[in-house]
Design a protein. Structure first.
Length: 262
């Protein structure tokens, strides 16, 4: 899987969209102290079981003498599911307030027999990401990854997607989004489908906006499948649900709680 929560949380868009004619929200839809919790559900036939929990929180901190956002995203599988597929995900991102320019990112992932650590320092003067990477306990790699425009890490992409003013987007239009993970910068194809009413698990019906994104092939994914993403249609653009097609069944992430929102 490249990788389960990577794709589960690849609800992706960025300032690259703004360059293609999509304006940003006049006010940021998030604020310091916001915390979002989601349950991760595996569905296959009659099986419909919560196998993990995810949480994301947003802080402001001093980073190299500048006040910036610091977001922490974590995922932990339930103990009963660890026997089948252990997941431990810990992401940290530092990015500028207002412009949301990524400055630094860290990733520590355990997914079954796959492990990965990433540490990115963004060098905007040279237009490269200074990356330190270790995969499956192999040799540590230190390399510069060329940026493809705004090349975002997982967490920063989520906040940029929330910060797009989707009322001005064209339904059915697709966008290529630069994305950095492990030792490469690639592009994801994101398509905007517009507003709809979504029945959120245990929370009832919510007005939503929906996207899809091409899933990267891997252990559980065959590739070229469409992951579906729903955000709230209000000014906060809170993640409501994510549906990821697997080789066997589907994986869902459902909103459980949102605290400290605007």
């Amino acid at each position: 899987m490249r990788k389960l929560f990577l794709t589960g949380c690849t609800m992706l868009l960025s300032l690259a969209l703004w360059a293609q004619g999509l304006p940003l929200c006049k006010e940021e839809p998030f604020q310091e102290g916001e915390r979002i919790k989601m349950g991760i559900i595996f569905k296959w036939g009659l099986v419909d079981t919560e196998i993990a929990q995810a949480s994301m929180r947003l802080l402001t901190v001093s980073h190299n003498g500048e006040q910036v956002y610091h977001s922490i995203l974590s995922v932990k599988s339930a103990s009963f599911f660890d026997v089948f597929y252990k997941m431990r995900e810990y992401f940290q991102s530092w990015f500028t307030i207002g412009g949301h320019q990524p400055l630094e990112a860290r990733r520590n992932t355990v997914e079954s027999d796959y492990t990965s650590t990433n540490h990115y320092i963004y060098d905007w003067d040279s237009n490269v990401i200074n990356a330190t990477i270790c995969i499956n306990d192999g040799e540590r790699q230190v390399k510069d990854l060329p940026m493809k425009g705004m090349s975002y890490d997982i967490v920063t992409l989520i906040y940029h997607l929330r910060n797009v003013d989707w009322k001005c987007a064209t339904q059915g239009k697709s966008y290529k989004v630069p994305f950095a993970i492990d030792d490469e910068v690639s592009e994801l194809l994101v398509t905007y489908y517009g507003p709809e009413v979504l029945k959120v698990r245990k929370l009832g019906k919510r007005n939503a906006i929906r996207f899809s994104c091409t899933v990267v092939a891997g252990q559980l994914f065959e590739g070229n499948q469409q992951m579906q993403i729903w955000f709230s249609a209000d000014d906060t653009h809170i993640p409501l649900a994510v549906m990821v097609p697997l080789k066997m069944g589907t994986m869902w992430a459902w909103l459980k709680a949102a605290e400290g929102t605007k």
